[in-house]
Write a protein that binds this ligand. Structure first.
Ligand SMILES: Cc1cc2nc3c(=O)[nH]c(=O)nc-3n(C[C@H](O)[C@H](O)[C@H](O)COP(=O)(O)OP(=O)(O)OC[C@H]3O[C@@H](n4cnc5c(N)ncnc54)[C@H](O)[C@@H]3O)c2cc1C
Length: 500
């Protein structure tokens, strides 16, 4: 033990990125991780006894991880593109956005919306978004730009529509159809409890969902999220970083002393710098400051199916519909109603959610016995704030799950329950995690998936967006500016703040 150049508190994927960069640069680095494994929210798990499937337990898709980080660290990682971006059932039809067939997408818009207008608006809007992504993404790996610099970079039109006024207003002005509006707006609401008509927090969430690596494309990590963290852990160890699991950080001093607890004892090490991968509310606690816990707002459900369910829409193959983002009751008005109900303390009557079948894109997550006989299904439910689950967590989880299944079943031709695989012990392969579960299982304050509300990717304070007010203590996790999501960006930026 003793003295290190850098102690990294927390071995999530961002802590591993920071450790890998710093160790590669010759620094003596120690990573301290509370759990018995690294990866934090970017892990794979086998949640159902006797069922050989590796599910991305929390995060599941990668967009924000810059190819520069993959290259710099020599990561052995495949991020596989999905041909179908999304499918949104509407009555007996549905909107299919097919990345491999522009004409089919156009026809689908025509059928669902009844005119060419929203398809043209879609192309125009996403061309503007694509231009914004191309110029903004490279800045995420540089010292923090100011608002004025970003405004100049993206241009007045994109600045006005994406940054300066609520994204809900932009979407209402550009698109006429409620389904299309909802498809656009979900990117503003993932893991974010906000009203996009009034709250610019939704704009921030939207930006992070559309600018990843300059394309905004969301890809499936082959082997699941565990493969991402696994590749990062390998890179960090290969570069010489020391990683200690089962080590809970309980104290950090501004002078670089880190106290941590293992099974047997309490230890203290000193770092020239301490990089903090912990959520800011946990950092406040270990620094002895009063934490301001954030509030997460999602329901994550992991499932294994014996087969994909039938659709009401006979013209689309379920394998196409489920391989992209399958939107469930996420029309603009449905989203607004669900937000209002949740804000009033009720579980939404028809919870908006999206599901994804990753085994269609990456069958390697299924064991050999299950390949061709089972599929995975991941559900991410919106507008399920932690406050709904505080009083009676188990009962509220059951209620939320019941409402969510009713919501899915409303858009399918058969109940989803009929398609769920049973584990050898007879139980259904369904695992649900509320924000309160994430707080208890993953140590995530408020169950907030981005550690705290996402920040603008610019600021007037200078630096790298990782500063904490203590010179020797820097954030290197999702709670930093330009953090949030599986990106490695705050890990990279904290390392650069030390190396530059
Ligand atoms: C359900 C869910 C779905 C998501 N889906 C996606 C997605 O598809 N795509 C995407 O890009 N993002 C997604 N996210 C968000 C993304 O997973 C996170 O924002 C990101 O993984 C955070 O990474 P991190 O390394 O900064 O922090 P974390 O992964 O939270 O890592 C922090 C680490 O610190 C450890 N730790 C905590 N306290 C202590 C302590 N006292 N001492 C030592 N160690 C400690 C933790 O155990 C953990 O390993 C999702 C998140 C959730 C929860």
């Amino acid at each position: 033990m003793g003295a290190y150049d850098v102690v990294v508190a927390g071995g999530g994927h961002n802590g591993l990125v920071a450790a890998a960069y710093l160790a590669k640069a010759g620094r003596r680095v120690l990573v301290l991780e509370r759990q018995d494994h690294t990866g934090g929210l970017a892990i794979s798990a086998r949640p159902f006894p006797g069922v050989d499937v590796r599910l991305s337990r929390y995060s599941y898709l990668v967009s924000l991880l810059p190819s520069k980080i993959v290259k710099d660290l020599g990561l052995d990682l495949e991020l596989r593109r999905r041909r179908y971006a999304s499918y949104t059932p509407k009555g007996r039809t549905g909107l299919l956005v097919d990345g491999g067939d522009a004409e089919r997408t156009r026809r689908s818009f025509l059928e669902v919306t009844g005119s060419e207008a929203d398809h043209t608006a879609w192309q125009d809007f996403y061309a503007m978004v694509a231009r914004t992504a191309r110029v903004l993404a490279p800045t995420l790996l540089e010292p923090l730009p100011t608002a004025a610099q970003v405004e100049r970079l993206v241009g007045a039109r994109a600045w006005g529509e994406l940054f300066a006024r609520p994204i809900g207003r932009t979407v209402d002005e550009r698109f006429g159809d409620d389904t299309v509006r909802g498809v656009v707006l979900t990117d503003a609401l993932i893991g974010t409890f906000a009203d996009p008509a009034t709250d610019l927090l939704a704009n921030r969430c939207f930006l992070y969902h559309v600018i990843g690596d300059g394309t905004g494309e969301w890809n499936v990590p082959v082997g699941g999220m565990g493969a991402v963290s696994g590749a990062l852990e390998t890179a960090a160890r290969r570069a010489g970083a020391e990683i200690r699991t089962g080590a809970e950080v309980v104290g950090i001093s501004p002078s670089g002393e880190v106290t941590f607890r293992t099974d047997s004892a309490e230890h203290t090490v000193t770092g020239g710098h301490v990089l903090v991968n912990l959520p800011p509310a946990v950092l406040d606690k270990v620094l002895g400051r009063t934490p301001e816990p954030p509030e997460g707002a999602q329901l994550k459900v992991n499932m294994v199916l014996s087969r994909l369910p039938r659709l009401k829409d006979g013209t689309v193959d379920p394998r196409a519909a489920f391989s992209g983002t399958f939107h469930i009751n996420e029309g603009r008005d449905q989203l607004a109603r669900a937000h209002a109900q949740a804000a009033a303390g009720e579980i939404p009557e028809l919870p908006p959610a999206e599901v994804y079948c990753h085994s269609l894109t990456d069958p390697s997550i299924l064991g050999p016995e299950l390949r061709g006989r089972a599929e995975t299904l991941t559900l991410f439910g919106l507008h399920m704030p932690a406050r709904l689950f505080r009083k009676n967590p188990d009962q509220a989880r059951e209620e939320a799950l019941r409402a969510t299944f009713a919501s899915i079943n409303a858009v399918l031709a058969e109940p989803l329950e009929d398609c769920i695989l049973r584990a050898p012990d007879g139980t259904l392969c369904v695992e649900a995690k509320t924000p309160v579960d994430l707080e208890n299982d993953a140590g995530l304050p408020g169950g907030h998936i981005f550690h705290r509300d996402l920040s603008w990717p610019y600021g007037d304070e200078g630096g790298w967006g990782v500063e904490t007010g203590h010179e020797r203590v820097l954030l290197c996790g999702a709670g930093a500016r330009r953090g949030g999501g599986v990106s490695g960006i705050p890990g990279h930026n904290a390392a650069m703040a030390l190396l530059s």
